[in-house]
Design a protein around this ligand. Structure first.
Ligand code: SF4
Length: 313
C-alpha cells in the first residue's frame, strides 16, 4: 500500500486469501467472543451491541482512494481488530466493494450474530464468507471461545444454518483445534456433526501457528490434524502456511511493515512474500524497527514472529 490509511491495512499475507487488503471496522479487539487461540490477544471489549464503531463514509472514502491509486490485491477482506458484523453498516461496505471493483469481497466472521436476519442480509453481499465452529455444546463453547454471556451455542449453529440457506456465495468454515481442549477424536466428531448441519462448501482446520491469546492454547501437530480431516464432510483441509506465487511489486517501507505488524504478528518470510521483497531487505527493516523498540520477537512452534511492541499476546 502506497498510502497510509486509518481503516485499511495490508495487503497482508493470508493463509487462505493470498494477498488480502484488510478493512478494519472495529476498535482494537472488540468482539463477541474471547477465543483462547485469538492471534490478536485477549478481547478488550466483549460485546454484542451493534453500532457504527467507525464512520462508514470514511471507510468508503479510503476504499475509493485505494482503488484509484493502488488497487492491487487478491481479495478485499472485512477483518482486522475484532468481529466485523458488530459494525451496524458492514453490509454497505461489502456492497460498495462489489459495486466498485472486481476484487472479490470476503467477510471473516465468527458467525455469532448470524441468528439476526439483518446480519444475514448484510453478510450475503460478500462473495466469500468464512464462519467458525470450534465447539460442540455450550460448555465447550465456553472453554474455547469464551462468548459474551448472552450468546448461546445453539443460536450459533442455527444462525449459520439459516445463513447457509440464503447465501448464494461460497461459505467456508474454520475449525480451530487446540491440544487438550477440543481435539480428542470423539469431540472433533461432535464438531464435525455440527459442521455437517451447517453444510459449508469448505472446511479448514487451523491451529495456533501464530502466537495465541493464551499460552495454554497449544498447537496440534500436522500429523494429528491430518488424522482428523476425514471426520468432516466435506473432508477438511489443513490450511497450508501462507504462500503466494503471484506477488506483484508492492511498495514497502518500515512504516507499512510496522503498520502490518500492529495488526498481526508475521514471520520475515511472510513479510517478504507479501511485499515482494528480498529477505535481506526485510531483515534490514525489521532490524531497524527492533532497534527503535517498535517491534519485538515472539516464538511459536520454532517459527519466529515479529509483533508491534505493546501488542503482546
Ligand atoms: S479469534 Fe476472532 S472471534 Fe475469536 S476472539 Fe479473536 S477476533 Fe474474536
Amino acid at each position: 500500500m502506497k498510502k497510509k490509511y486509518r481503516y485499511l491495512f495490508g495487503p497482508v499475507p493470508s493463509r487462505r486469501f493470498g494477498r488480502s487488503l484488510g478493512v478494519d471496522l472495529t476498535p482494537f479487539k472488540t468482539c463477541t467472543l474471547d477465543c483462547v487461540f485469538c492471534q490478536l490477544g485477549r478481547t478488550l471489549k466483549k460485546t454484542i451491541t451493534r453500532k457504527e464503531y467507525v464512520p462508514t463514509e470514511a471507510v468508503l472514502a479510503e476504499l475509493e482512494d485505494w482503488m484509484k491509486t493502488d488497487g492491487e490485491a487478491d481479495f478485499i477482506t472485512l477483518s482486522g481488530s475484532g468481529e466485523p458484523t458488530l459494525h451496524s453498516r458492514f453490509g454497505e461496505v461489502l456492497e460498495f466493494i462489489r459495486a466498485n471493483t472486481t476484487i472479490p469481497a470476503v467477510l471473516l466472521t465468527n458467525g455469532t450474530l448470524l441468528h439476526l436476519p439483518e446480519v444475514r442480509d448484510a453478510a450475503a453481499h460478500a462473495q466469500v464468507v468464512k464462519v467458525s465452529l470450534s465447539a460442540w455444546n455450550q460448555i465447550s463453547y465456553g472453554w474455547v471461545n469464551r462468548p459474551h454471556p448472552q450468546l448461546q451455542f445453539d443460536q450459533l449453529v442455527e444462525g449459520q444454518k439459516a445463513f447457509r440457506a440464503q447465501f448464494k456465495g461460497k461459505l467456508w468454515m474454520e475449525v480451530f483445534l487446540i491440544g487438550g481442549m477440543n481435539s480428542m477424536p470423539a469431540d472433533v466428531q461432535k464438531i464435525a456433526a455440527g459442521a455437517k448441519q451447517i453444510n459449508p462448501d469448505r472446511i479448514q482446520l487451523n491451529t495456533s501457528v501464530r502466537p495465541p491469546a493464551e499460552e495454554f492454547a497449544t498447537a496440534l501437530s500436522k500429523e494429528r490434524m491430518t488424522a482428523l480431516t476425514h471426520l468432516f464432510d466435506p473432508e477438511a483441509e489443513i490450511i497450508a502456511e501462507f504462500s503466494s506465487k503471484h506477488i506483484k511489486e508492492v511498495q514497502a517501507n518500515e512504516e507499512t511493515i510496522f503498520s502490518m505488524l500492529k495488526r498481526r504478528p508475521c514471520t520475515s518470510e511472510q513479510i517478504s512474500e507479501v511485499f515482494g521483497m528480498h529477505l535481506n531487505e526485510v531483515s534490514k527493516y525489521l532490524g531497524k524497527l527492533m532497534r527503535n523498540g517498535q517491534i519485538h520477537v515472539e516464538r511459536e512452534n520454532s517459527s519466529v514472529f515479529y509483533a508491534a511492541a505493546g501488542n503482546n499476546k
